[in-house]
Design a protein. Structure first.
Length: 305
């Protein structure tokens, strides 16, 4: 979703993008935060009756079908040079991200999982340093160390004391996939409407999940009604709407600035998890979550000063 390399030529940077208040971008960020925060809880509800791959398939193949209808009607075609970038971003942002996150949430609760995922801005800043030539600096490395230290605490925190949970590492991998996709997607948003980019990402990203469709249909038929409603919610809100509003935010803001707002997702996800599922974080997990977000803030705020 990021990369400034062609933005200067294809879409002039406005004063709003340079630092002013952009109401549309702000509204898009708020919708993204609310929809993505709730997804961590709904994923926990759906896992069990559905395997991680089946849940990813039910969510993203359905979203891919909706995207296909849009693409057939409006036919927004990316340039030939963009297809490889689009395909890599789509597979990372959809199939790889979903399977890694779903697998991780089998044992990692919604709140801690959202804190780990939201180290994505740290990865984005690191990648932008090498791919886009952006400065990282001392504060960037300090923030990275704090954030990853927090993830380490989350990974070993449990009600029984210190116990490494490998699934936390898988969720960290999902965050890395999301960051790489963010960097890859940004130039596309300078040449195509946000809705078109989102549709292509959803369609192409769902293709690796096609082989799991038959097993997924059988699992959904045998699953409780709340699981089917949960999948429908995931398709409509966190996926179709959330991905679109995130693309709009990235189109109107720099990737680093847009990603910085996402530190609001973990507290909201933790609150929803507590109210809906009764999930209460351990002391170590809470400290780790605070450290993860503090590191993100250091990377995206202090290093710029």
């Amino acid at each position: 979703m990021e990369a400034k390399m062609s933005m200067a030529a294809s879409a002039p940077v406005t004063t709003k993008q340079q630092g002013g208040f952009d109401l549309v971008a702000f509204a898009a960020i708020v919708v993204t935060i609310l929809s993505w925060a709730s997804s961590f809880v709904v994923i926990r509800i759906c896992l069990g009756p559905l395997t991680p791959i089946e849940l990813a398939t039910a969510r993203y193949v359905a979203a891919g079908v909706i995207a296909l209808v849009y693409l057939v009607i409006y036919r927004p075609m990316p340039e030939r040079r963009d297809f490889f970038r689009l395909a890599v971003a789509a597979v990372l942002f959809i199939a790889a991200y979903a399977v890694l996150l779903n697998t991780g949430e089998q044992t990692v609760e919604a709140g801690p999982a959202s804190f780990i995922i939201n180290t994505m801005p740290v990865f984005t800043a690191l990648i932008a340093t090498f791919a886009l030539g952006e400065r990282f600096g001392r504060w960037g490395w300090v923030g990275t160390a704090i954030s990853f230290g927090g993830v380490a605490l989350i990974a070993v925190a449990s009600d029984g004391g210190f116990k490494l949970d490998p699934n936390a590492v898988l969720i960290l991998g999902a965050a890395l996939c999301s960051a790489v996709a963010s960097v890859l997607q940004k130039p596309l948003l300078g040449r195509l409407p946000a809705l078109a980019v989102t549709a292509w990402i959803l369609l192409i990203g769902s293709v690796p999940l096609f082989p799991a469709v038959p097993a997924t249909i059988q699992a959904l038929a045998a699953a409780p009604a709340e699981v089917n409603w949960g999948v429908a919610y995931l398709v409509i809100f966190p996926t179709a709407i959330g991905y679109l509003t995130w693309a709009i935010a990235l189109k109107r803001l720099t990737a680093a600035r847009a990603s910085n707002f996402l530190y609001g997702v973990p507290p909201v996800a933790t609150l929803i998890g507590f109210v809906w599922l009764g999930e209460t974080p351990t002391v170590l997990g809470a400290v780790g979550g605070v450290m993860a977000i503090l590191g993100v803030l250091v990377v995206n705020v202090m290093r710029k000063r």
